[in-house]
Design a protein around this ligand. Sequence first.
Ligand code: PLP
Length: 261
Amino acid sequence: MSRPYVLVAGGLDPTGGAGLAADLEALLAVGARALPVATALTIQGPAGALGFDKVPARLVEAQVQGLFTGRGARPSAVKTGMLGSSATARALATLCSRAPLADLPLVMDPVLAASSGLRLFERPHGRSVAHLLKPLLARATVVTPNRLELAALCGLAPTALASDDDAVDAARSLGVRAVLVTGGHRRGAPVDLLVEGRVVRRFEGRRRPGTERGTGCRLASAMAGLLAQGLTLAQAVRRAKRFVESYLDAARDESGSPGSC
Ligand code: PLP
C-alpha cells in the first residue's frame, strides 16, 4: 500500500529539532508522507529560539490552495503545529472545513512557546488563547497540549494542573472532541491522558534523562500519520508514543549524552 500524505502546517526550525523538519521525520518513520505548509520562519540555534516572522495568513492559504489546483497528491489527514497568529489559525480552520480537507482527521498541536521561552503565537493584548484558536479547536479531531499549553488554553496559571484529575477537568472544559494531555511536564512518570468526554485512557511511559526538543511535534505528526492509515485514535496514540520513545533512545545513543539540541 502506498504511503498516505499528511498536510502539516507549521513553522520552520533551522536546527531541525522541532517544527516542519521534525514533522517530516516523524511521518516518514510511521509510514506516511508530508505535504509541508510553512506558517512561520523561526530563528533558532544553540542559544534557543531567538525570533520568528510569520507567513501572512493569505500566503498560508495560497500554499494549501496551490496543492489542490490540478491533479496531485491528496492528504488523508492534517496536522497543525506552530501557527504564529490567530489569522492563520482561522484560515486553516476554514480550509479544513472545505473539500478536500473537510472530513479528514485533524491533529492540532497548540504550540504557544518554545521550551527556551520565546512566545511562538501572537496574542493581542486581552485576548484569550482559547478564543484566538476557537475555530481550529472546534474542528480538531484531537488537540495535543502539554500541561503548560493546556493551562494557557484554560486561562490558568502554568502551575495550576498539578494532578491528573486537574488536567482531566481542564481538558474537558475545552469542549473539544478529544484531548491528549501529554505527560512531559507531569510530576513523576510521563503518563499521557487521552480525554474523550467521560472516557479517560492512560498511556504509561518511562522518563528518559535530558530534554530532547520537538517531542510534541513528533508525537502529534506520528499520530496524524497513523490516523491517515486508518488506526483508531487510541491505537494511534499508543504507536506514536512508542515512536517518540524510540526517537528519544536513538537521540541519546547518537549524542552520547542527554539534552543536546
Ligand atoms: N519551533 C517550532 C517551529 C515549533 O513548531 C516548535 C514546537 O512545536 C518549537 C520551536 C518548540 O519546540 P521546543 O519546545 O522543543 O523548543
